[in-house]
Design a binder for this molecule. Structure first.
Ligand code: ATP
Length: 297
C-alpha cells in the first residue's frame, strides 16, 4: 500500500444493550447488538517525519489511536513511522464508540502497511477496549462477554437513525456506576433467555421488544435532560428512541426502506434545538458507506 491513505472509522450503535451481572474482573456481562453507521471519523495516514504522531482536534489527552500504534510497535509491527490526522465527526464521549472506532480503523489498516499476526491484532483490539473488536470488522454483530465476544451477522433489515448529540459528555464508567447504584443488572439466566431470543430473530427481524438499552435509565438519571431528546425523536416520527450505548447521544430509529429520508426530514425539523443533529444509515457487512459530510465543531 502507498501512503497517503484514508480510512473511515464508523460510529457504532447498540440496537440493544442488556446488562448482566458483574464478572470477577469487575466488568459487566453484556448482550448487545452492534451495528456500524455511515456517520464516521476520517483517518488520513501519511508518512511521519520521525516516528508515529497522532493529530486529533477536539480530543485532549492521550489518544486511543496512539495507544493502538504503541501496542502494534510493541508487538514488532515495523511499518514506517506514521502521521495520523483524525477528523472527528462522531460525537466525543457520547456513547457512539468514536475513540474505539478510530483505534479499530488503524488496526484494520495495519496489516496493509506491514505484517502482523491476526491473533496478535485481535489481542491488541480487545486490550484497547471492549468495543474495539466489533469495530475492526464493521457491520452488525451480536456481542457477549463484556461485548468483545462477537458473532458477525449478515445485514439487518433496512433502517436509518436520527442522531441527536448532546452538548455535554457522559463518562462510560460513571454510567455503569449509576446502573449499579440503581440495580439495573439482569441475572445470567435472563441474559441467556434474551440471547436465545435475539439469535432466533436476527438478522432477518429486529423485534421491537428487543430494542432496549438497559443503561438508558442510568444515563437519564445522571442527565435528566436526555428525556427531552428522547421525546423530541419520538415527536419527529422515530419508530423507537433510545440512548446510544452509555449516552448521552439519543438515537431515533426509522425502520423500513424509506428510513433515511424520514430521518433526514427529522434532522431538518430538529436542527434549531439540536444543531448537531444528523441522519445516518447502516454500513452493512461490506464497508464503503458514504461519509457524513458535516464535521463536528
Ligand atoms: P464508549 O461508548 O466506547 O465507551 P464513548 O463513545 O462514550 O465511548 P469516546 O468518544 O470513544 O466515548 O471517548 C471517550 C474518551 O476517550 C474521551 O473523553 C477522550 O478523551 C478519549 N479518547 C481517546 N482517543 C479518542 C479518539 N480518537 N476519539 C474520541 N475520544 C478519544
Amino acid at each position: 500500500m502507498t501512503l497517503p491513505t484514508f480510512e473511515p472509522a464508523y460510529a457504532k450503535v447498540n440496537l440493544c444493550l442488556f446488562l448482566g451481572p458483574t464478572r470477577a474482573d469487575g466488568r459487566h456481562e453484556l448482550l448487545t447488538l452492534f451495528d456500524s453507521l455511515t456517520l464516521a471519523d476520517g483517518l488520513e495516514v501519511t508518512p511521519g517525519p520521525s516516528g508515529d504522531r497522532v493529530v486529533c482536534a477536539g480530543v485532549r489527552g492521550p489518544n486511543l489511536v496512539a495507544d493502538a500504534l504503541a501496542a502494534l510497535r510493541a508487538a514488532g509491527w515495523d511499518a514506517p513511522g506514521l502521521r495520523v490526522a483524525i477528523e472527528k465527526r462522531i460525537p466525543v464521549a457520547a456513547g457512539m464508540g468514536g475513540g474505539s472506532a478510530d483505534a479499530a480503523a488503524i488496526l484494520r489498516l495495519a496489516p496493509r502497511l506491514a505484517a502482523v499476526d491476526p491473533d496478535v491484532l485481535a489481542e491488541i483490539a480487545a486490550g484497547l477496549g471492549a468495543d474495539v473488536p466489533a469495530q475492526v470488522d464493521p457491520g452488525p454483530s451480536i456481542g457477549t462477554g463484556a461485548g468483545e465476544v462477537l458473532q458477525p451477522l449478515a445485514a439487518l433489515p433496512p433502517y436509518a437513525v436520527l442522531v441527536l448529540p448532546q452538548p455535554f459528555p457522559l463518562s462510560t464508567a460513571a454510567v455503569y456506576r449509576e446502573a449499579d447504584r440503581l440495580g439495573l443488572a439482569r441475572t445470567s439466566d435472563e441474559l441467556s433467555a434474551l440471547h436465545a431470543e435475539l439469535t432466533a430473530a436476527v438478522p432477518d427481524r429486529l423485534p421491537d421488544g428487543l430494542i432496549v438499552n438497559d443503561l438508558q435509565p442510568a444515563a437519564v438519571s445522571l442527565a435528566p435532560v436526555i428525556e427531552n431528546a428522547l421525546q423530541a425523536a419520538r415527536d419527529a416520527g422515530a419508530d423507537r428512541a433510545l440512548v446510544c450505548g452509555s449516552g448521552p447521544t439519543v438515537i431515533g430509529l426509522y425502520t423500513g426502506g424509506g428510513g433515511l429520508e424520514r430521518a433526514a426530514a427529522a434532522v431538518q425539523t430538529l436542527r434549531a434545538s439540536y444543531p448537531r443533529a444528523t441522519a445516518a444509515g447502516a454500513v452493512g457487512r461490506c464497508p464503503g458507506g458514504v461519509l457524513d459530510p458535516t464535521p463536528n465543531e
